[in-house]
Design a protein. Sequence first.
Length: 343
Amino acid sequence: MKLKTILLIITLIILSLSACSQKQESELETIAAGKNYVEVTEVEIKDIEKTVTYSGTLEAAKAAFIGPELSMKIKNLMVEEGDVVTKGQLLAVMDNTQLKQAEAQFDVANKSYERMKTLKNSGSVDKQTFDQVESAYKTAQSAYEFIKNNTQIVAPFDGIVTLRTKEEGESFSAMLPTAYGDPALFRIVNLDKLKMNLNISDVDINKVKKGQKAYIFVDSEPGKAFVGTVSFVSPEADMMSGTFPCEITISNKDHILKPNQYAVTNIVIRVSHNTPVIPKEALIDDGIVVVVKNSVASKKNIETGLSNEKEIEVISGLHGGDLVIINGAIGLADNTEVVIRNQ
């Protein structure tokens, strides 16, 4: 059994060496015959985009620091950092001492107001007295509703709790800023839509416009392009930098992109649709390519249009399906017979 296996392996090695030898002999015969190896590609019919490249940082389109507008003690905290919350969800309950006082004052004002309305309808009270009571009622009502809204803290929108600054039983000060800025008990961030902030140079400011498509790239997702839209271009340059603030909005339903992440964007400033396109390496000189037809290479003048880092549009001179040399054209005489390596 072992002998058969060894013989099979030896046979396969001999066949492989024979095939390689035959290929090498064929190539040597081709070179000896004076032929030239080239690599070609077909002219494609497709869209081509011209872009400008900038870098910037991402931020959540909707984010907020949240906390009561009154200083009071924290009774209960319902969420922690990292929790997903929905609009209207209860986040915290504050001490209700101030609420009880406001409720009692509102109750007294409400009873007085109802009594005055009855007296007014019977003509037993003058307009000035009624107006004073009505004003006191409305003031007490506003105070009660204000304190009530600041006693129960709810989420203003769907999002994720990214910060909680206090613990249960601690006192919250509506006047004391936190290390993150304004006084806050929570920070909530909605990741469904992000913004990229960047600055456009004076050279490109008249090329970049609201509504243009933009591709966004981040190091955490190599090779992947996220699509966004230019949502704002400032008409006024920054006084210090001389650049124009710009904003790109990006849908981020999968939450792959993160706020404060560094990003690079290619903003599409022009597009040619359904047009012949070739790789830039096909050009051997300005407006000159080498085409292959029936194994014969010949130079051809073309008119070019839009271009980007890799490709260039052909306005005239080539058609879809034509073969152009991308490797091996340098020094090649016109009407030379060639051997195509990559077909």
